[in-house]
Design a protein around this ligand. Structure first.
Ligand SMILES: [Zn+2]
Length: 200
């Protein structure tokens, strides 16, 4: 009997959820949401992340872009890119400690640099060992990793450098990264760039 009543309740809740969903669905037509755009990020991880950690970091980066009306499609770097996606495809290379240290030394990068973006190559490098060290003892490192990915890809999508506030500020660390997002103006700039691929 108990089982049946629980099931009934569950069904009733499901019906209620469906109603709410329908109402929200109808409401969103009138709400002026930003035009949906899309980027495709090809990820390759040389640092040996657990697939679940990488997935969490990707979900965090997706959240950053979803806020400005940009959907992220995640893929690998060795997957053929559809011709219509070529202008919205960027690579995210998560480096091993050895690879990162070689690059950091060659380019004389500062101690607090967690990644770097190469605009002409449409590629972001992430220094995973530094992200791990920065996050040690603090919040879940995948949040910081997701924000760093969003930041470096932001450099590939935006003309300027660092800003005083938000996700494009120069210093991302576990204590401040959770609440960092693109500004409205940065969001508009990114959507505008993605909507006219020929002029990137
Ligand atoms: Zn930066």
């Amino acid at each position: 009997m108990a089982g049946r009543s629980i099931r009934k309740l569950a069904i009733r809740n499901l019906a209620a959820a469906a109603t709410v969903f329908l109402m929200l669905g109808t409401g969103s037509v009138a709400w002026a949401a930003p035009a949906a755009e899309r980027i495709v990020l090809g990820v390759i991880d040389y640092s040996g992340l657990a697939p679940s950690d990488l997935a969490r970091a990707e979900a965090e980066a997706s959240r950053v872009y979803a806020r400005i009306g940009v959907e992220v499609t995640w893929t690998g770097t060795d997957v053929p890119v559809a011709p219509e996606d070529a202008s919205r495809f960027f690579r995210v290379v998560i480096l091993s400690r050895t690879m990162a240290q070689r690059l950091i030394k060659a380019e004389q990068l500062q101690d607090n640099v967690l990644g770097r973006a190469v605009r002409p190559a449409r590629r972001a490098h992430i220094f995973m060992h530094r992200v791990g060290e920065a996050a040690r003892g603090a919040a879940d490192f995948t949040t910081l990793l997701g924000k760093v990915i969003a930041h470096e890809v932001g450099h590939l999508l935006l003309p300027g450098g660092h800003t005083e506030e938000g996700i494009m500020q120069g210093n991302l660390y576990p204590g401040n990264c959770r609440s960092l997002w693109f500004s409205e103006a940065q969001g508009a700039e990114i959507r505008s760039r993605l909507s006219r691929p020929g002029q990137a």
